[in-house]
Design a protein around this ligand. Structure first.
Ligand code: GLU
Length: 361
Protein backbone atom coordinates (compact mmCIF):
# COMPACT_ATOMS: atom_id res chain seq x y z
CA UNK A 1 0.00 0.00 0.00
CA UNK A 2 1.36 3.43 -0.86
CA UNK A 3 2.86 5.49 1.92
CA UNK A 4 0.19 8.19 1.96
CA UNK A 5 -2.64 5.67 1.56
CA UNK A 6 -1.30 4.10 4.77
CA UNK A 7 -1.30 7.53 6.35
CA UNK A 8 -4.88 8.20 5.32
CA UNK A 9 -5.89 4.85 6.82
CA UNK A 10 -4.08 5.68 10.05
CA UNK A 11 -5.96 8.96 10.07
CA UNK A 12 -9.26 7.19 9.46
CA UNK A 13 -9.82 8.21 5.83
CA UNK A 14 -10.69 5.76 3.12
CA UNK A 15 -9.07 6.58 -0.23
CA UNK A 16 -12.43 7.58 -1.61
CA UNK A 17 -13.06 9.98 1.27
CA UNK A 18 -9.70 11.63 1.23
CA UNK A 19 -9.68 15.13 -0.15
CA UNK A 20 -7.11 17.90 0.00
CA UNK A 21 -9.10 19.50 2.82
CA UNK A 22 -9.06 16.40 4.97
CA UNK A 23 -5.44 15.32 4.89
CA UNK A 24 -3.90 17.73 7.35
CA UNK A 25 -1.08 15.40 8.41
CA UNK A 26 -1.50 15.22 12.17
CA UNK A 27 1.90 13.74 13.04
CA UNK A 28 4.08 15.55 15.54
CA UNK A 29 6.36 18.29 14.19
CA UNK A 30 9.77 16.87 13.42
CA UNK A 31 8.57 13.27 13.60
CA UNK A 32 10.82 10.88 11.67
CA UNK A 33 9.80 9.42 8.34
CA UNK A 34 8.38 5.90 8.54
CA UNK A 35 8.96 3.51 5.67
CA UNK A 36 10.38 4.51 2.31
CA UNK A 37 8.35 7.17 0.59
CA UNK A 38 8.50 7.20 -3.21
CA UNK A 39 9.10 10.65 -4.56
CA UNK A 40 9.18 11.77 -8.17
CA UNK A 41 11.33 14.78 -9.02
CA UNK A 42 10.32 16.96 -11.97
CA UNK A 43 13.03 19.34 -13.14
CA UNK A 44 12.38 22.59 -14.99
CA UNK A 45 15.75 24.42 -14.80
CA UNK A 46 16.63 27.63 -12.96
CA UNK A 47 19.69 28.55 -10.93
CA UNK A 48 19.42 25.29 -9.03
CA UNK A 49 20.46 23.76 -12.37
CA UNK A 50 22.74 26.67 -13.24
CA UNK A 51 26.45 26.85 -13.77
CA UNK A 52 29.06 29.60 -13.46
CA UNK A 53 30.47 30.64 -16.82
CA UNK A 54 33.71 32.44 -17.50
CA UNK A 55 32.63 34.83 -20.23
CA UNK A 56 29.62 37.09 -20.72
CA UNK A 57 26.96 36.90 -18.00
CA UNK A 58 28.21 35.42 -14.71
CA UNK A 59 26.19 32.25 -14.95
CA UNK A 60 23.62 30.44 -17.00
CA UNK A 61 20.41 29.01 -15.51
CA UNK A 62 19.00 25.66 -16.64
CA UNK A 63 22.22 23.92 -17.70
CA UNK A 64 22.58 20.86 -15.46
CA UNK A 65 20.24 17.90 -15.89
CA UNK A 66 18.23 16.47 -13.02
CA UNK A 67 20.54 13.46 -12.63
CA UNK A 68 23.48 15.75 -11.89
CA UNK A 69 21.43 17.64 -9.30
CA UNK A 70 20.39 14.45 -7.52
CA UNK A 71 23.87 12.90 -7.72
CA UNK A 72 25.32 15.99 -6.05
CA UNK A 73 23.32 15.24 -2.88
CA UNK A 74 23.91 11.57 -1.95
CA UNK A 75 21.94 12.01 1.31
CA UNK A 76 18.74 12.26 -0.75
CA UNK A 77 18.78 8.53 -1.36
CA UNK A 78 18.68 7.94 2.38
CA UNK A 79 15.37 9.78 2.63
CA UNK A 80 13.28 8.31 -0.16
CA UNK A 81 13.19 6.21 -3.30
CA UNK A 82 13.60 8.81 -6.00
CA UNK A 83 12.56 8.76 -9.62
CA UNK A 84 12.98 11.74 -11.89
CA UNK A 85 12.22 13.40 -15.19
CA UNK A 86 13.29 16.53 -17.00
CA UNK A 87 10.22 18.58 -17.97
CA UNK A 88 12.17 21.61 -19.21
CA UNK A 89 15.57 23.21 -18.62
CA UNK A 90 15.01 26.94 -18.73
CA UNK A 91 15.51 30.12 -16.78
CA UNK A 92 12.10 30.61 -15.22
CA UNK A 93 11.78 34.04 -16.84
CA UNK A 94 10.81 31.90 -19.86
CA UNK A 95 8.19 29.88 -17.95
CA UNK A 96 4.89 29.84 -19.80
CA UNK A 97 1.41 28.40 -19.72
CA UNK A 98 2.18 25.47 -21.99
CA UNK A 99 4.75 24.20 -19.47
CA UNK A 100 2.29 24.93 -16.63
CA UNK A 101 -0.44 22.89 -18.30
CA UNK A 102 1.96 19.99 -18.95
CA UNK A 103 3.24 20.15 -15.39
CA UNK A 104 -0.26 20.17 -13.88
CA UNK A 105 -1.32 17.20 -15.99
CA UNK A 106 1.84 15.28 -15.15
CA UNK A 107 1.64 16.01 -11.41
CA UNK A 108 -2.03 14.94 -11.28
CA UNK A 109 -1.20 11.77 -13.20
CA UNK A 110 1.75 10.95 -10.93
CA UNK A 111 -0.15 11.57 -7.71
CA UNK A 112 -3.10 9.48 -8.89
CA UNK A 113 -0.73 6.51 -8.94
CA UNK A 114 -0.40 4.43 -5.76
CA UNK A 115 3.31 4.16 -6.59
CA UNK A 116 4.05 7.85 -6.02
CA UNK A 117 3.83 9.45 -2.58
CA UNK A 118 4.83 12.98 -3.48
CA UNK A 119 6.39 15.24 -6.10
CA UNK A 120 9.30 17.68 -5.90
CA UNK A 121 9.66 20.29 -8.65
CA UNK A 122 12.95 22.11 -9.19
CA UNK A 123 12.42 25.59 -10.61
CA UNK A 124 14.09 28.96 -11.21
CA UNK A 125 13.28 31.48 -8.52
CA UNK A 126 12.12 34.32 -10.79
CA UNK A 127 8.63 32.94 -11.44
CA UNK A 128 8.60 30.10 -8.92
CA UNK A 129 5.77 31.72 -6.99
CA UNK A 130 3.54 31.83 -10.07
CA UNK A 131 4.10 28.17 -10.94
CA UNK A 132 3.48 27.23 -7.30
CA UNK A 133 0.22 29.19 -7.33
CA UNK A 134 -0.88 27.68 -10.66
CA UNK A 135 -0.25 24.14 -9.42
CA UNK A 136 -1.92 24.90 -6.11
CA UNK A 137 -5.04 25.71 -8.11
CA UNK A 138 -4.76 22.86 -10.63
CA UNK A 139 -3.50 19.84 -8.68
CA UNK A 140 -6.11 17.75 -6.91
CA UNK A 141 -4.39 15.54 -4.36
CA UNK A 142 -3.57 15.39 -0.66
CA UNK A 143 -0.08 14.16 -1.43
CA UNK A 144 2.72 16.70 -1.02
CA UNK A 145 3.88 18.79 -3.96
CA UNK A 146 6.95 20.87 -3.12
CA UNK A 147 8.71 23.45 -5.31
CA UNK A 148 12.33 24.30 -4.70
CA UNK A 149 14.99 26.50 -6.27
CA UNK A 150 18.30 28.14 -5.49
CA UNK A 151 19.68 31.64 -5.75
CA UNK A 152 23.33 30.63 -6.25
CA UNK A 153 24.40 28.28 -9.01
CA UNK A 154 26.38 25.09 -8.54
CA UNK A 155 30.04 25.95 -8.10
CA UNK A 156 29.36 29.32 -6.45
CA UNK A 157 30.63 29.92 -2.96
CA UNK A 158 27.74 29.10 -0.64
CA UNK A 159 25.63 27.41 -3.33
CA UNK A 160 22.22 26.86 -1.76
CA UNK A 161 20.78 24.32 -4.21
CA UNK A 162 21.95 21.08 -2.53
CA UNK A 163 20.66 22.08 0.92
CA UNK A 164 17.37 23.34 -0.48
CA UNK A 165 16.88 20.12 -2.45
CA UNK A 166 17.58 18.00 0.62
CA UNK A 167 15.05 20.07 2.57
CA UNK A 168 12.47 19.75 -0.21
CA UNK A 169 12.73 15.95 -0.25
CA UNK A 170 12.62 15.92 3.57
CA UNK A 171 9.37 17.90 3.50
CA UNK A 172 7.83 15.83 0.71
CA UNK A 173 8.69 12.58 2.49
CA UNK A 174 7.04 13.63 5.74
CA UNK A 175 3.38 12.68 6.26
CA UNK A 176 2.80 15.96 8.13
CA UNK A 177 3.22 17.74 4.78
CA UNK A 178 0.12 16.18 3.24
CA UNK A 179 -3.10 18.10 2.70
CA UNK A 180 -1.45 21.51 2.87
CA UNK A 181 -1.70 22.46 -0.80
CA UNK A 182 1.42 23.14 -2.86
CA UNK A 183 4.43 24.08 -0.72
CA UNK A 184 7.67 25.92 -1.41
CA UNK A 185 10.90 25.16 0.44
CA UNK A 186 13.72 27.72 0.37
CA UNK A 187 16.57 28.54 2.73
CA UNK A 188 15.32 26.52 5.67
CA UNK A 189 11.75 27.79 5.53
CA UNK A 190 8.57 26.25 4.27
CA UNK A 191 5.79 28.31 2.68
CA UNK A 192 2.30 27.99 1.26
CA UNK A 193 2.04 28.69 -2.46
CA UNK A 194 -0.59 31.38 -2.00
CA UNK A 195 1.44 33.93 -0.05
CA UNK A 196 5.09 33.24 -0.90
CA UNK A 197 6.88 35.80 -3.01
CA UNK A 198 10.45 36.56 -4.02
CA UNK A 199 11.52 39.50 -1.86
CA UNK A 200 15.18 39.88 -2.75
CA UNK A 201 16.84 39.65 -6.14
CA UNK A 202 20.28 39.38 -4.56
CA UNK A 203 20.30 38.56 -0.84
CA UNK A 204 19.40 35.47 1.15
CA UNK A 205 16.83 34.54 2.26
CA UNK A 206 15.20 35.53 -1.01
CA UNK A 207 11.63 34.47 -0.21
CA UNK A 208 9.00 35.44 2.31
CA UNK A 209 5.27 35.17 2.84
CA UNK A 210 4.56 38.81 3.74
CA UNK A 211 1.02 38.33 5.01
CA UNK A 212 1.12 34.93 6.66
CA UNK A 213 4.78 34.15 7.38
CA UNK A 214 6.34 30.74 6.81
CA UNK A 215 4.39 27.58 7.60
CA UNK A 216 7.41 26.06 9.24
CA UNK A 217 11.18 25.81 9.50
CA UNK A 218 13.69 23.11 8.78
CA UNK A 219 16.44 22.67 11.33
CA UNK A 220 19.05 19.91 11.00
CA UNK A 221 16.81 17.97 8.63
CA UNK A 222 13.77 18.12 10.92
CA UNK A 223 10.60 19.95 10.02
CA UNK A 224 8.96 22.14 12.59
CA UNK A 225 5.52 23.15 11.44
CA UNK A 226 4.65 26.36 13.23
CA UNK A 227 1.19 26.74 11.72
CA UNK A 228 -1.72 24.47 10.99
CA UNK A 229 -3.05 24.58 7.48
CA UNK A 230 -6.78 25.10 7.27
CA UNK A 231 -7.73 24.90 3.62
CA UNK A 232 -11.17 26.26 2.86
CA UNK A 233 -13.62 23.58 1.71
CA UNK A 234 -14.63 26.05 -1.03
CA UNK A 235 -11.04 26.46 -2.22
CA UNK A 236 -10.99 26.55 -6.01
CA UNK A 237 -9.49 23.66 -7.95
CA UNK A 238 -9.47 23.82 -11.74
CA UNK A 239 -9.46 20.85 -14.07
CA UNK A 240 -6.91 21.80 -16.73
CA UNK A 241 -6.62 18.32 -18.22
CA UNK A 242 -8.32 19.31 -21.47
CA UNK A 243 -6.92 22.82 -21.86
CA UNK A 244 -4.19 23.61 -24.35
CA UNK A 245 -4.08 27.32 -23.57
CA UNK A 246 -5.29 29.86 -21.02
CA UNK A 247 -7.18 33.10 -21.66
CA UNK A 248 -4.81 36.05 -22.25
CA UNK A 249 -4.50 38.27 -19.18
CA UNK A 250 -2.03 41.13 -18.72
CA UNK A 251 -0.73 43.16 -15.80
CA UNK A 252 -0.52 46.98 -15.79
CA UNK A 253 1.88 48.51 -13.30
CA UNK A 254 0.77 51.58 -11.33
CA UNK A 255 3.04 54.59 -10.76
CA UNK A 256 2.91 58.37 -10.48
CA UNK A 257 1.81 59.81 -13.80
CA UNK A 258 0.68 56.38 -15.10
CA UNK A 259 -0.70 56.20 -18.62
CA UNK A 260 -3.62 54.28 -20.12
CA UNK A 261 -1.49 53.25 -23.11
CA UNK A 262 -0.69 49.68 -21.98
CA UNK A 263 -4.39 49.08 -21.31
CA UNK A 264 -5.30 50.21 -24.82
CA UNK A 265 -2.67 47.87 -26.25
CA UNK A 266 -4.10 44.96 -24.27
CA UNK A 267 -7.64 45.73 -25.44
CA UNK A 268 -6.43 45.93 -29.05
CA UNK A 269 -4.73 42.55 -28.62
CA UNK A 270 -7.98 40.96 -27.40
CA UNK A 271 -6.99 40.35 -23.78
CA UNK A 272 -9.81 38.86 -21.75
CA UNK A 273 -8.59 40.10 -18.40
CA UNK A 274 -6.37 42.83 -16.95
CA UNK A 275 -4.79 42.87 -13.50
CA UNK A 276 -3.86 46.26 -12.14
CA UNK A 277 -0.77 46.33 -9.93
CA UNK A 278 -2.07 49.51 -8.40
CA UNK A 279 -0.56 51.85 -5.83
CA UNK A 280 -1.42 51.70 -2.12
CA UNK A 281 -4.58 49.71 -1.58
CA UNK A 282 -4.83 49.05 -5.30
CA UNK A 283 -5.53 52.65 -6.27
CA UNK A 284 -5.44 53.83 -9.87
CA UNK A 285 -4.37 57.02 -11.61
CA UNK A 286 -7.50 58.73 -13.00
CA UNK A 287 -6.52 58.01 -16.64
CA UNK A 288 -5.93 54.35 -15.80
CA UNK A 289 -9.20 54.18 -13.88
CA UNK A 290 -11.09 55.57 -16.88
CA UNK A 291 -9.46 53.09 -19.26
CA UNK A 292 -10.09 50.13 -16.95
CA UNK A 293 -13.71 51.19 -16.39
CA UNK A 294 -14.10 51.26 -20.18
CA UNK A 295 -12.44 47.82 -20.46
CA UNK A 296 -14.75 46.41 -17.80
CA UNK A 297 -17.75 47.87 -19.64
CA UNK A 298 -16.63 45.94 -22.74
CA UNK A 299 -16.57 42.62 -20.86
CA UNK A 300 -12.86 42.49 -20.00
CA UNK A 301 -12.49 41.36 -16.39
CA UNK A 302 -10.46 43.82 -14.32
CA UNK A 303 -8.81 42.70 -11.08
CA UNK A 304 -7.36 45.29 -8.73
CA UNK A 305 -4.20 44.19 -6.91
CA UNK A 306 -1.40 46.27 -5.42
CA UNK A 307 2.28 46.77 -6.11
CA UNK A 308 2.78 47.04 -2.31
CA UNK A 309 4.46 43.83 -1.07
CA UNK A 310 2.15 43.15 1.87
CA UNK A 311 -1.39 43.85 2.96
CA UNK A 312 -4.71 43.21 1.29
CA UNK A 313 -6.51 44.76 -1.66
CA UNK A 314 -10.12 44.90 -0.53
CA UNK A 315 -13.28 45.98 -2.33
CA UNK A 316 -14.60 49.54 -2.39
CA UNK A 317 -11.92 51.19 -0.25
CA UNK A 318 -11.00 54.19 -2.44
CA UNK A 319 -12.19 52.73 -5.73
CA UNK A 320 -15.89 52.04 -6.30
CA UNK A 321 -15.57 48.43 -7.44
CA UNK A 322 -19.33 47.93 -7.40
CA UNK A 323 -19.80 50.80 -9.85
CA UNK A 324 -17.04 49.75 -12.26
CA UNK A 325 -17.55 45.98 -12.00
CA UNK A 326 -14.00 45.38 -10.75
CA UNK A 327 -12.72 42.42 -8.76
CA UNK A 328 -10.47 42.92 -5.70
CA UNK A 329 -7.46 40.60 -5.41
CA UNK A 330 -7.47 40.25 -1.60
CA UNK A 331 -4.19 38.69 -0.46
CA UNK A 332 -2.88 37.83 -3.94
CA UNK A 333 -0.07 39.86 -5.44
CA UNK A 334 -0.53 40.97 -9.07
CA UNK A 335 1.33 38.04 -10.63
CA UNK A 336 -0.70 35.49 -8.67
CA UNK A 337 -3.94 37.40 -9.28
CA UNK A 338 -3.13 36.99 -12.97
CA UNK A 339 -2.76 33.21 -12.56
CA UNK A 340 -6.08 32.94 -10.74
CA UNK A 341 -7.85 35.22 -13.21
CA UNK A 342 -6.63 33.13 -16.15
CA UNK A 343 -8.01 30.01 -14.51
CA UNK A 344 -11.25 31.65 -13.38
CA UNK A 345 -11.86 32.90 -16.94
CA UNK A 346 -11.95 29.29 -18.10
CA UNK A 347 -15.21 29.04 -16.12
CA UNK A 348 -16.91 32.42 -16.31
CA UNK A 349 -16.54 36.03 -17.44
CA UNK A 350 -18.83 37.40 -14.73
CA UNK A 351 -16.90 39.66 -12.33
CA UNK A 352 -19.19 38.81 -9.40
CA UNK A 353 -18.53 35.09 -9.90
CA UNK A 354 -14.81 35.73 -10.27
CA UNK A 355 -14.83 37.78 -7.06
CA UNK A 356 -16.25 34.70 -5.29
CA UNK A 357 -13.40 32.59 -6.68
CA UNK A 358 -10.86 35.11 -5.37
CA UNK A 359 -12.58 35.25 -2.00
CA UNK A 360 -12.46 31.47 -1.63
CA UNK A 361 -8.72 31.05 -2.31
N1 GLU B 1 16.47 33.76 -13.86
C1 GLU B 1 16.69 32.41 -13.53
C2 GLU B 1 15.44 31.64 -13.18
O1 GLU B 1 14.51 32.14 -12.61
C3 GLU B 1 17.67 32.27 -12.43
C4 GLU B 1 17.20 32.85 -11.11
C5 GLU B 1 17.07 31.80 -10.07
O2 GLU B 1 16.71 30.65 -10.30
O3 GLU B 1 17.33 32.19 -8.92
O4 GLU B 1 15.41 30.50 -13.49
Amino acid sequence: MAFFDKLKRMMGFSSAQATREEGTGKLEPGEKIRGRPRIHVLATGGTIAGRLVSTGPRYRAGVLGIEALLDAVPALRGLADLSHEQVANIGSQDMDESIWLNLARRVNELLASPDVDGVVITHGTDTLEETACFLDLAVDSVKPVVLVGATRPAGALGADGPGNLLDAVTVTANPASSGRGVLVVMHGSLFEARDITKVSSSALPAFAAPNSGPLGQLVDGRIHYGQRTVLSPKRPCFDVSRLDKLPPVGIVYGHAGASALPIKAMLDAGYRGIVSAGVGSGNLHRDVLAALADASGRGVVVVRASRVPSGLTLRNVEVDDNRFGFVAAGMLNPQKARVLLQLALTRTRKPEEIQKVFDSY
